[in-house]
Design a protein around this ligand. Sequence first.
Ligand SMILES: [Zn+2]
Length: 149
Amino acid sequence: MMDYKKYPSNWKEISHHIRFVRAGGCCEWCGLKNGSVGRRDKDGKWYAIEDIGLMSVEQTLALFGKTLKKKPTTIILTVHHIGVDLPSGEKGDCHNKMDVRPENLAALCQRCHLKADMPIHIANRKKTLAKKRAAKIAATGQISFLGDK
Ligand SMILES: [Zn+2]
């Protein structure tokens, strides 16, 4: 979910400019076009829906397997904050949504955006796991305490 309070007031214009003027409507990492409809195979390779339509059933099954049951994907570009270091040498921060220097922004498809955010996802997961573990230990402590009486 986007928290627009974290973004500059002209974020919509900036985002539009990055995606459709600078990037020309294509993912700046993998080149897929915004609005493209298709599927990815098991290795992540993209196939446009028109090309899939020309394949045999065997071919499509071999490439996409069970994922064929799902709706095809529509590419939607979003703008990623990279977190590049500041000219002053200060460390960049990908969480700082106010940092809209062009070099800090990248227009990305869903897959590339996910990849870009992976270190954040991993960090969040670690935090969640640590919290769960702490809660478990607390709960166990309580149980043994209750059992001790
Ligand atoms: Zn991409």
